[in-house]
Design a protein around this ligand. Sequence first.
Ligand code: UD1
Ligand code: CA
Length: 471
Amino acid sequence: MDTSAFSIAIMAAGKGTRLKSKRPKVLHEIGGRALLLHVIAAAEKVVSADRIYCVIGHEADRVRAAVESTGVRFVLQPEQRGTGHALQMVKAFFVLSGLPVPENLLVLSGDVPLIRPETITAICDIHLREHAAMTILTAVPPDPTGYGRVLRLAPGRPEVSAIVEQKSLAPDQLATSEINSGIYCFHTAALFEKLDLLSTDNAHGEFYLTDVAAMLVADSQRVVAVKAESVDEVLGANTIAEMMQLDAAMRLVTARRLMVAGVTIFRPETTVIDSEVTVGPDTVIEPYVQLLGATKIGSECRIRSYSVIQDTVIGDSVTVRNGCIMDSATIADSAILGPYAHLRPESRIGTGAHVGNFVETKKVTLGAGSKANHLNYLGDAVIGSGVNVGAGAITCNYDGVHKHQTTIGDNVFVGSDSTLVAPVTIESGSYIAAGSCITENVPEGALALGRARQVTKPGWVEKKNKEKEAC
Ligand code: UD1
Ligand code: CA
């Protein structure tokens, strides 16, 4: 469908009083992304960002900063006097900026985040076909309480007579189950003409955009309603509990998408998977796994329970055992991690490498086939391939002021409980004796011992006991 005659306004200036939160409502997150960013993402699939007008007001600077990179335009609503007032600001913006007024204006709510681009396009399409002045997207949810209700002229007919807000419903209207989604398409000139006539004579003392419906009808203009294909898509988020319901719905959609693409997810309702995460086929995800942010996982991996993986890229055939924590790491094919490994930012784990129990890495490159299997801290280090880092060995990378680098060549054997005091270089093929404190570079093929000699005193215990008896 040709959407060149449409622009989109997104109402996002409200405070969200019902959330009882300091954070502006539209910046609360579901599926790991702010509500408003979900709405902008859907809108951008229909029209270009420079034809999207985002109405901001409450904590405007914070909201603007959070979504600015999308390239949408901003309209300031300094005081939040209702959804009708938000659109009055859009009208004023066109007058002041001199930007061409679009023939049709599609209006979305910043707190109705599951809206799909296909539905937006469908409303535009119906709006044109019906030659309507206003087209309202509706739904019939199991519990309509709290929403505005859409009154049709006659059951089954598309024409609408009015939208009535919950608080203004007459006793005989309370049973009306068709709700207003807060998503509309307007013939812009018809909308702009009516906006100036809105009043605040209602339960909230606000300018209601919804009043425009009855005003247009009174003027013999056509107002129609169209039901959304799925109720979930138009559910609003006015409380934290409602938002968490949407979050669960969205994550289930993501899990289903991955399963359709060949991923096995045991007990998907226990996983927390952000919407942008990708996973290859034949990967198995066990219960209680979290995959967050821009995480990408290859195929034929196994991600065992209780792992939390954020912004991390994992290759194919990788095993992540229970309870691993990863943030901004890169893992090559066939690596084995955990249980309980902590991979911090800029950890690069090579092909077939092992990072085992209670190992912490930060800004580390671990070469192909290298192993750090038990109780290590590896920070600011470049480690070659085929290296064995023994249990308890650590890099001392921080002198209290600066970080320093440890370099370890290929096939080095680092004995257990060694401390490598950076900056230090351990060249290929060398051995570090267990329990060493290494403060000097070690040349290729050498054995370095950095520990006190053992002293053994034969018969010492017997001698000591005799001394005790004597006194
Ligand atoms: C609104 C509708 C209601 C509908 C519901 C669907 C009105 C009067 N009512 O009610 O019929 O069923 O949405 O979710 O429109 N906003 C501004 N500026 C303001 C006030 C609000 O930009 O001055 C924004 C909010 O940030 C929000 C959206 O408009 O994103 C809707 O406002 P909200 O107060 O949540 O309206 P509802 O009570 O949900
Ligand atoms: Ca709302």
